[in-house]
Design a protein. Structure first.
Length: 109
């Protein structure tokens, strides 16, 4: 019985090591290209990846898709988000504001 267990174990160990790389490949994090399909309400464009990274700290990044503002309006909202704890540089907030202004301008629904 012990011999059977030992032989079975020795036979299965290589199978475990051979399947480990395949399992690791499946567990890779999403790339930026894969993330593009994650939020279909957010159109492609410069600043989209920054918007997803920064805004997803607190809420779904596609939340702005239901709103329409000009640059000043988006900056007011981003200032509120920064006050509430959103972490980004001034340049990143500028990128997000420009992206949202292009993607969701006033009057367009």
């Amino acid at each position: 019985m012990r011999r059977f267990f030992l032989l079975t174990t020795l036979a299965l160990v290589p199978a475990l090591f051979c399947s480990a790389p395949a399992m690791a490949a499946k567990a890779k994090p999403k790339t930026a290209a894969a993330a593009n399909g994650a939020y279909p309400l957010l159109p492609a464009g410069p600043g989209r990846d920054v918007e997803i990274r920064v805004c997803s700290q607190c809420h779904s990044p596609d939340r702005p898709a239901a709103q329409r503002h000009d640059l000043a309006g988006w900056n007011v909202i981003l200032d509120q988000m920064a006050t509430n704890g959103a972490k980004a540089s001034d340049a990143e907030f500028d990128q997000i504001a420009a992206y949202l202004t292009r993607a969701f301008p006033p009057g367009k629904k």
